[in-house]
Design a protein around this ligand. Structure first.
Ligand SMILES: C[S@@+](CC[C@H](N)C(=O)[O-])C[C@H]1O[C@@H](n2cnc3c(N)ncnc32)[C@H](O)[C@@H]1O
Length: 201
């Protein structure tokens, strides 16, 4: 199991790019702000919080949660953009989400960071803390590996069908596309998907 705290403490954080995910910026430019609902918005596995601050400009409260204390502490030191807060917590822990209801979740490199065996727990966690009709928007890493590279995560890749299957007990997908904007090296390897939480369960 990955020791995320130790990765931040030792600076072994190749995912940390110093800015918000380009697909999120693309998404923000393409969609009406109202798609996020009235808030609060949740960013699980927020790391240093670049995406949290990009969403902070929308107006509603934005909560970043991360399992690494160092990440959360560092995130909180950045200048405030809007109504962002950062919390130390395990997104997969039902205790963490007890009593919380978000209007939207932004997923970026948390789903691919957790072990594939925990994906159903991720979907359950997302459904558990979203309001009915809430938005789960995310950029999913389809294929993190170069040809010939050993497929050893994290990051763990996921095919579009697997992602849809994982969320299908609670969510309906209503849009999806390969983003044109990406961090260098991730071009064509990601997929933006938008799901709406239904009332199936
Ligand atoms: C690959 S990093 C991505 C961080 C951030 N999204 C970014 O792109 O810079 C994965 C993040 O998820 C966090 N994480 C892993 N499992 C988690 C969990 N169960 N609950 C909350 N955060 C978690 C890690 O500490 C780490 O910050």
């Amino acid at each position: 199991m990955t020791d995320w705290e130790s990765r931040y403490r030792t600076g072994d954080t190749p995912w940390e790019k110093g800015k918000a995910a380009p697909p999120l910026i693309e998404f923000l430019g393409k969609m009406e702000a109202s798609i996020w609902g009235e808030g609060p918005i949740l960013v699980p596995g927020c790391g240093l919080g670049h995406d949290v601050r990009a969403l902070g400009g929308l107006g509603p409260d934005v909560v970043g949660v991360d399992i690494s204390e160092s990440a959360v502490e560092r995130a909180a030191k950045f200048p405030q953009v809007g109504k962002e807060t950062y919390e130390l917590g395990n997104f997969l822990d039902p205790e963490w989400r007890k009593g919380r209801k978000f209007s939207a979740i932004w997923e970026h490199t948390c789903f691919c960071a957790i072990h594939p065996g925990d994906r159903a727990n991720y979907a359950e966690a997302a459904a558990g803390c979203l309001k009915d009709g809430g938005l789960l928007a995310g950029v999913f890493f389809l294929n993190p590996y170069d040809p010939g590279e050993e497929e050893e995560g994290p990051p763990f890749g996921a095919a579009i069908g697997e992602i849809e299957e994982t969320f299908s007990p609670w969510f309906e997908r209503f849009d999806g596309w390969v983003p044109t904007a990406a961090y260098p090296g991730r071009e064509g390897r990601e997929w933006i998907a938008l799901f709406r939480k239904g009332t199936k369960r």
